[in-house]
Design a binder for this molecule. Structure first.
Ligand code: CMC
Length: 429
């Protein structure tokens, strides 16, 4: 009769243990009873970079990395990308169900009400150097929001939490647009609450010298699809950072600022910027084979936009983006780097190095091409990831705060340093 247990014999002591298996996991704390003697702390699991550790239960996003499946609250990403909008998906993520028409109107209204930022934020932004990276501006200004909303510390109150979550979703496009305008030396454009979330954002970024400028509808639609694709991705690096920092019960602005800084890194959300730089460096289709050789030689060169910790198949988001490229390029003209990207993908997908390691294009491989065609500078790409990921961060943060099993995050270590040394006066060293 199969049992949902794991039998372990500790060969150091000869003792046998039976650990419960639940949801395909054993509890790491169950290992603690396995000791060599009363003085022994007990067995721990060593898992640098959390390769095989579930840190939470979550009902938000499901990924099957082998099959290339991504679902938000049970709905396949392909259906949402085709039929929904970013704010509807945000409602879905936050509440677990698709909204009725009335619920959606109410939610859109709430988000729209919060798009403005305190005027002092502009002064804060002005303090940055002209060439400041917009991601560090975004992280700092989001952290600063904590000082504008001191009530946000009350993380146990659902009502208080929800207002801050709405504020973060609403203000992120405004802050991102302001940081872009700062880096371009352009005056800030205030939100226009008569426009949709994505149209308003593009207008704050692009409009100059007129209040009538509106982005092309096809570009608004394409960007909204990209926003849907980036809305959540379960326990990735930035979401884990948000959860870990939030577990200290700090306010959500501070927790989300941690998520933004994690996203900034080139192995995470910074990869879309890195892909563009890589494509420019390759420069021509004819140089692709040579570049692939360098990657395989292991000199540290990576094929950016390829590979994923979870997906060992084509990233379903990359498939949707590849399709969206056509709609964007029909308006903007084809990005000449597309040919290089397609050739890179073609060669890599039939090369043993990539096949054996199951390295496929990820979400960042094609997104940068769209952003560039839309006229965004490369250093702005990661902000286009941060804006939509905000709903994921805040939803995961709230799930963590309301989970009775969660406590302050505090992993263990294997100590490898020296101990018990006597202090030596500086003139004796
Ligand atoms: N180019 C060349 N080799 C690669 C790449 C790549 N992009 N990605 C992984 N590998 C190799 C890696 O060197 C290793 O080889 P070996 O077994 O010989 O040592 C093997 O594949 C397994 O890789 P890993 O580094 O152990 O995998 P990981 O799960 O730790 O890293 C990753 C995942 C996304 C950090 C990595 O694939 C990578 O650096 N990719 C490029 C950066 C990138 O595109 N990041 C965006 C990720 S998707 C957006 C997001 O969610 O942030």
């Amino acid at each position: 009769m199969p049992q949902d247990t794991l039998s372990i014999t500790d060969n150091r002591t000869g003792k046998a243990y039976e650990l419960k298996i639940e949801n395909g996991c054993i509890r790491a704390m169950d290992l603690r009873q396995i000791k060599t003697g009363p003085e022994d702390f007990g067995l721990m699991a060593y898992d640098p970079a959390f390769l095989n550790t579930a840190n939470c239960r979550s009902a938000i996003t499901y990924i099957d990395g082998d099959k290339g499946i991504l679902e938000y609250r049970g709905y396949p990403i392909e259906q949402l990308a085709e039929q929904s909008s970013h704010l509807e998906v945000s409602y879905l993520l936050m509440n677990g169900e698709l909204p009725t028409k009335t619920q959606l109107d109410d939610f859109v209204n709430k988000i729209t009400l919060h798009t403005y930022v305190h005027e002092n934020i502009k002064g804060f932004m002005d303090g940055f150097r002209y060439d400041a990276h917009p991601m560090s501006m975004l992280a700092s200004t989001v952290a600063a929001l904590s000082s504008f909303y001191p009530e946000a510390k009350n993380v146990k109150s659902k009502d208080v939490r929800r207002v801050q979550m709405n504020r973060l979703i609403a203000k992120m496009p405004t802050l991102a647009a302001f940081s872009h305008r700062h880096s371009q030396g352009l005056p800030y454009v205030y939100p226009n609450n008569e426009l949709s979330y994505t149209e308003n954002f593009l207008t704050m970024v692009k409009s100059i010298g007129t209040t009538n400028w509106r982005p092309h509808k096809a570009l608004v639609k394409a960007l909204d699809i990209l926003f849907i694709l980036h809305a959540d991705h379960e326990q990735n690096c930035s979401t884990t950072a948000t959860r870990v920092v939030g577990s200290s019960e700090v306010d959500p602005y501070s927790a989300v600022a941690a998520g933004i800084t994690a996203l900034y890194g080139p192995l995470h959300g910074g990869a879309n910027e890195a892909v563009l730089r890589m494509l420019r460096e390759i420069g021509d289709k004819k140089n692709v084979a040579e570049f692939i050789k360098r990657v395989k030689a292991g000199d540290g060169t990576k094929l950016m936009g390829f590979g994923h910790r979870v997906y060992k198949n084509y990233d379903p988001r990359a498939k949707v983006i590849k399709k969206a490229c056509d709609e964007v390029f029909a308006v903007t003209g084809k990005n000449p780097l597309l040919d290089i990207a397609v050739e890179l993908e073609r060669i890599a997908l039939q090369d043993d190095y990539f096949v054996q390691r199951k390295l496929y294009p990820n979400v960042d491989f094609y997104s940068g091409l769209i952003y560039e065609a839309m006229g965004f500078p490369a250093e702005f790409f990661t902000l286009l990831f941060a804006i939509p990921r905000t709903v994921g961060w805040v939803t995961q943060w709230e799930e963590m705060i309301t989970d009775n099993e969660q406590k302050i995050s505090r992993p263990r270590q294997i100590f490898t340093g020296q101990r018990g040394r006597n202090y030596v006066a500086i003139d004796k060293r």
